[in-house]
Ligand binder design. Sequence first.
Ligand code: GUN
Length: 172
Amino acid sequence: ALTPAPSTCSLETFVLHYGDVYEHSPWVAEAAWKKGLTDTHNSPDALAELMGLMLQQAEPDLQIAVIQAHPDLAGKAAMAGELTQDSTKEQAGAGLDQCTPDEFARFEYLNAAYKEKFGFPFVIAVKGLDRHAILAAFEERLNNGLAEERETAIEQIIRIARFRLRARVEQQ
Ligand code: GUN
């Protein structure tokens, strides 16, 4: 189970411990707390589902802001060591810190092309994927329309949050 147990937390304590599950977007944790946390939310998947619902039900502008809060994959911030702890682990876990110069160049091109087309960064839950699979998904999603891609990004961000919450249990 999660520690501290979500159902026992004050709003302040809950946001302190779970506010970073959504990248730079503690309002998702705040909304979940205000919805009412019970014993059933002390498991990672149950809490992930409630937090995901908060993001799904949010205004489109807020959803876009959460997408915008994500760093580029294999981007300059990653190379400069400026990512959150979770993002650093996720990107390294997918081997993105070990790209060849050609692969870094491909990411740089795709990151720019994607942002140019959609106005927000490419987000994908990278757990279980290697950099080749990520590049293939990147190329494919670049062909999508805006509405579809906004929906996919939100779904992927909800997956990322679920993996983050599960990892917090596995660490103990
Ligand atoms: N998927 C998992 N972590 C990240 C991240 O840090 N950035 C992006 N764009 N996608 C991710």
